[in-house]
Design a binder for this molecule. Structure first.
Ligand code: SF4
Length: 189
């Protein structure tokens, strides 16, 4: 991995324990997918060979909250489903992180109804908002990298007054918005 070249002749390196722990922690995020709708398909694409989230050490997606530390909410969450999401979040190990993927998870999206939660951040602390309908895999990867950068620098999630403070980072869209196609006209022009 090129590490040997960086080693001095004596064959050892010195560093800080905090840096090693942060490096290990950010290089082994275990996502807990909470995919309820179409955004989940993009989440699956992120794990496939074309985008390969394994490059960031975050490919071990398991449906076991007690082994996971990165909750990815991908898709709309109904009010009926909300207690399940909250229980999964509570069961996850500390330190833990949350990504809200797509317009539906962050705001309810086009589902402005009484049955859909209008933003999961009202009920669980969201660290990174990934925009889009759906977001592209690159944007989700950027969200994962935003959390990795925070772990690299700070290590742990921010706590204030004994309460977890969400990072509240928003990822920039990676595409240029294009105008909508011209609408069809009915009858003679
Ligand atoms: S944001 Fe769009 S793609 Fe994602 S779950 Fe909602 S409708 Fe589907």
């Amino acid at each position: 991995m090129g590490l040997e070249l960086a080693l001095p002749a004596e064959g050892f390196l010195t560093t800080q324990l905090r840096r090693v722990i942060n490096w290990a922690r950010r290089s082994s995020l275990w996502p807990m997918p909470f995919a309820t709708a179409c955004c989940g398909i993009e989440l699956m694409a992120t794990a496939c060979s074309r985008y390969d989230i394994a490059r960031f050490g975050a490919e071990a997606m398991r449906f076991s909250p007690r082994q996971s530390d990165l909750l990815i909410v991908a898709g709309r969450v109904s009010v009926k489903m909300l207690p399940v999401l909250q229980r999964i979040y509570l069961q996850m190990t500390e330190p833990k992180w949350v990504i809200s993927m797509g317009a539906c998870a962050s705001t309810g999206g086009v589902f402005d109804t009484y049955a859909v939660v209008q933003g999961v951040d009202q009920f669980i602390p969201v660290d990174v908002y990934v925009p889009g309908c759906p977001p592209r895999p690159e944007q989700l990867i950027e969200g994962v990298m935003a959390i990795q950068r925070h772990i690299d620098n700070e290590g742990m999630p921010p706590i204030s007054g004994g309460k977890r403070v969400p990072l509240g980072l928003a990822i920039e869209p990676s595409h240029v918005v294009r105008p909508q196609p011209v609408g069809l006209t009915v009858g003679r022009a």
